[in-house]
Write a protein that binds this ligand. Structure first.
Ligand SMILES: Nc1ncnc2c1ncn2[C@@H]1O[C@H](COP(=O)(O)OP(=O)(O)O)[C@@H](O)[C@H]1O
Ligand SMILES: [Mg+2]
Length: 500
């Protein structure tokens, strides 16, 4: 499940608390309204009771004034009777209005109304008339019974109205008390709940923010102490997770930067070492031929020698001077290698002829080695820089001789197919350890065995590879330490000129 962001958490808390507050307020409102309604009903119940008692009083006045008149014949009672009769409709009307919303009570009020009017019209007025005619007839037991019966009936209905009203009022006040109690309970529970929620939210924020921030700060201390490998668990709520992942990106970037610096440093150190090696190698490589040249020329200048001896010394001087020239050429080539400034004079020529020429050149005066040349009878024409290809073949042949110190056979092989020409130089020399094979085409690299015993610059193969690759070809080595090596050069039959 995706963790909620901090903003999300705050929104959740705020809306929950808001809901709780709304709930509390709503319950309080309900309770207040219910109490208000209960109060209103209670005062109405009082009014109904008062109105009922008023009607009861009138009924009593009617009955007692009628009795008084029947017994005494005093006109004063008739006045009282008439007064009661006049106030009767108002009192009845008030009662009916008050209970208008209650069907049962309304029915009872109307019944009372009917009974009272019937008492006046059907009983009291006829009795008054009879009294005027015959006092004794009006006082007959039957008439008195009728009076009692009607009065009881009226009192009974009014009593029911009073009792029902009382009962309702008790039930209502009980209900409103219950509502008030429920409101208090709901309100307290909701308040306790919201307090709990706030506490929980605090814990939630602490867990979601404080803990990761603490982890981040201790990791930052580690980074400050130089440990860039430290990584944080990126699981965190929204913005916190983003912060942690940004922290990790930062340490990754720092680590990368540091590694780059270290590598740069290492390269600088290597190139410094390289420079030192180069200087010592150059001085060493130059010293030997230079010593020969200087030594033999001063010898020739100081003394007279017989012509054949003189010629032998001059040949040595020539050979060493050529070696110096070739060294100078190699260093020039390195500069071209580094600057990428090799340029070639492309022209079609016969590779068979060039291979023959190089073989003759290198083996004309080597007595320790034999050469085995295996070339096609037909010309193999390539479009290339003849001098540079001669340099490649020369480098391979000179290595084959140089790294077969105890002599042996060297094979120069040329084959041609539709794709191109393939030229290999094989020797029976010291061979190249597997670990060195990948590096011998690097400039200045020299195999440890070779470097310890045999002079060289480590440039020949680097230059050869650059030339061959620039011609769209390739160079490979195959070797077995102690048994010999084979270098193979492939050249496309007709190369596309890189420059004229
Ligand atoms: N024919 C070979 N037999 C054995 N090792 C060879 C041969 N040719 C080249 N190497 C190894 O490759 C290295 C690089 O050769 P090269 O670039 O010609 O430089 P250099 O001959 O001046 O050392 C040599 O130092 C040597 O260790
Ligand atoms: Mg070499």
């Amino acid at each position: 499940m995706k963790k909620l962001s901090l903003v999300g958490r705050v929104v959740v808390l705020a809306s929950t608390v808001a809901m709780v507050v709304v709930l509390v307020v709503a319950t309080a409102l309900v309770a207040i309204l219910s109490l208000r309604r209960a109060e209103a009903r209670e005062s109405r119940a009082k009014d109904v009771t008062a109105a009922t008692l008023r009607v009861e009083n009138i009924a009593f006045d009617l009955q007692s004034s009628l009795r008084g008149y029947v017994l005494s014949g005093d006109q004063h009672f008739i006045t009282l009777f008439n007064d009661a009769q006049t106030t009767m409709p108002v009192a009845l009307g008030r009662l009916t209005t008050l209970v208008a919303d209650d069907q049962e009570q309304l029915r009872r009020a109307r019944a009372t109304d009917g009974l009272l009017r019937a008492y006046v019209a059907d009983y009291a007025q006829p009795v008054i008339k009879i009294r005027r005619l015959s006092p004794y007839a009006a006082l007959s037991p039957a008439s008195l019974d009728e009076d009692r019966r009607r009065a009881n009936e009226i009192r009974g209905t009014l009593g029911t109205i009073l009792a029902v009203e009382q009962q309702r009022s008790v039930a209502r006040s009980k209900h409103s008390r219950e509502v008030a109690r429920a409101a208090v309970i709901v309100g307290s529970v909701a308040l306790a709940l919201s307090a709990g929620l706030v506490l929980l939210f605090g814990a939630w924020v602490a867990r979601g923010v404080a803990a990761p921030v603490r982890r981040a700060s201790s990791a930052a201390a580690q980074v400050a102490a130089g440990d860039f490998d430290v990584r944080l668990d990126e699981s965190g709520a929204g913005e916190v997770g983003e912060l942690l992942s940004a922290f990790n990106s930062m340490t990754r970037a720092l680590e990368l930067g540091r590694r780059e610096l270290l590598e740069q440093n290492e390269r600088l150190r290597e190139s410094e070492q390289h420079k030192r090696d180069l200087i010592s190698m150059v001085s060493h490589e130059i010293r030997t031929p230079l010593a020969s040249v200087v030594g033999f020329t001063s010898l020739l200048l100081e003394r007279e020698f017989p012509p054949d001896e003189q010629r032998r010394y001059l040949e040595i001087v020539d050979q060493q001077a050529r070696r110096l020239a070739s060294l100078a050429g190699d260093f020039l080539d390195v500069q071209l290698l580094e600057g990428g400034g090799f340029s070639f004079d492309y022209a079609p020529f016969d590779l068979v002829e060039l291979a023959n020429e190089q073989a003759r050149l290198f083996f004309s005066h080597s007595s320790a080695h034999t050469i085995d040349v295996d070339l096609p009878s037909d010309p193999v024409v390539v479009n290339a820089d003849r001098d540079r290809i001669a340099q490649v073949i020369g480098n391979l042949l000179s290595n084959a001789i140089k790294y077969s110190p105890s002599g042996g056979n060297v094979r120069l092989l040329l084959t041609a197919n539709d794709g191109g020409a393939e030229l290999s130089v094989e020797d029976e020399g010291m061979g190249i350890p597997a670990a060195d094979r990948a590096r011998i085409f690097e400039k200045f690299f020299r195999g440890a065995d070779a470097a310890s015993a045999i002079g060289g610059t480590g440039l020949g193969l680097a230059v050869a590879r650059e030339i061959v690759m620039s011609h769209g070809g390739g160079i490979e080595v195959d070797s077995e330490p102690g048994r010999g090596s084979r270098f193979t050069v492939r050249l496309p039959r007709v190369s596309t000129p890189v420059s004229a």
